[in-house]
Design a protein around this ligand. Sequence first.
Ligand code: FMN
Length: 185
Amino acid sequence: MKIVVGISGGSGSIYAVSLLKALQQLDIETHLVVTTMGGYVTEHECGIGLEELKGMATYFHDNKNFAAPIASGSFKVDGMVVIPCSMKTLSSVANGFSDSLLTRACDVTIKEKRKMVLVPRETPLSPIHLENMLKLSKIGVTIFPPSPGFYNHPESIEDIVLNMTGRILDMLGIDNNLVNRWKGQ
Ligand SMILES: Cc1cc2nc3c(=O)[nH]c(=O)nc-3n(C[C@H](O)[C@H](O)[C@H](O)COP(=O)(O)O)c2cc1C
């Protein structure tokens, strides 16, 4: 499998790091693209710089490189995740405004009708944010706010992050054992 992972400048880059590690462990080819603010927030929140981040992916593409393979629909991938997805990137994707490799790759993923998962982070949500999410949801994009459930009694941030990571893999159709699944009472 091949998955495109985009990191934009929303809070919660810990989820991106966790997803990249999980995909690496599952031996899945990853194509990583990071916005300027995505890199900044990852460094700020996780203490992980761009070089280290690059090492977590199979391929890294500069966000200004529109000649990268993931900019073309003819390059076949199985899906794409933007994690975290800032409200600015969400707006670009909802309006087909492809002024960066990340937003172009999203546009391509949608036009090719491939799996597209956005992990938006903002609170509270304005009507603009909600309308953008609704527009994308209606055309089949999975809007996956990283809002954890507490019914499986997470004991640490790691528990929460891994559970969310597993559920995102579920959305991509990737089998995993990261989710503490509800088995009924
Ligand atoms: C520490 C930090 C945290 C941020 N968190 C969020 C956030 O959770 N959601 C959001 O939409 N923007 C957030 N922003 C603002 C975005 O980074 C900013 O809107 C930026 O233009 C997004 O650009 P990008 O989508 O190209 O990464 C944050 C910025 C900083 C510095």
